[in-house]
Write a protein that binds this ligand. Sequence first.
Ligand SMILES: [Zn+2]
Length: 283
Amino acid sequence: MSDQDLNPADVLNLPHALILLMGASGTGKTRASRMFPPHQVLRADDFRELCASDPGDQRVNRPAWEALGIVLGARLRLGLTTVVDATNSGAVNRQALISGGRSHGAPVVALLMGTAPSVAQTRNAARPANRQVPPDTVALQHEQIVAAHPNLEKEGFDHIVFAESLPVLGNALDRLARKERTAEPVADVRRVFGDAATELFDWDTPSRDEQFRTGTFGAGGDSLRVRWMDDADPFDIRFEALVSCPADWCPGPAWTPVHSVADLAAAHRNAPADESECTRCDA
Ligand SMILES: [Zn+2]
């Protein structure tokens, strides 16, 4: 296999792979890793922090990498895609990771950061003291990776991908939006209609075969039903409210878009601000 076989964005969905980030300090590896679910990412800094309460404490490199190796081995045995967020500039360290992946039949991916060395140096210099790496070290890491690049396939990598060719930000935001939705089911209601109206809202119990998720604004004996396309684009929140068909001969219910509390009030008066679409006739 070679990198020609893989559309870069497919890296995000490989079911069983070992993905090694490669980049000097300050090249944005951790940012890039945000496109993967957090439990897939083994970060050298995190393991150092677990060992020393300080992610920058290089004295615990050995136990940190031992612990990372144990977790990585467990994940590879289960056939789970795993991302290693570390500089990975040293050939010896890299070789150990590659052979671990290959011995478990996982395709091994090099995910390279294309960040310019000057940008990496600036970012590194802006970090808190315990996270800074000496500028010479950043330069050395960069040189090592540039030198290794032409031979990565020979080292045993199945795919070589640049982070810049991936939808990093979009994927990270999609994932965060899904997480926010799970954490707060009424987040979308709150965003569109505000805190006060959200106090009046409950989702209906969802039924599996329904295309729309429905909910109700209710107070006293009064209520207004709304629906929302559940699998819609997380950045395109569209609610519709239930009103009567605009054709007076038709008893059918109709749905009208609602974007604000004012729209809700108008729909509740059955005088929708926007057009409404009947579910029974063509009105
Ligand atoms: Zn109708």
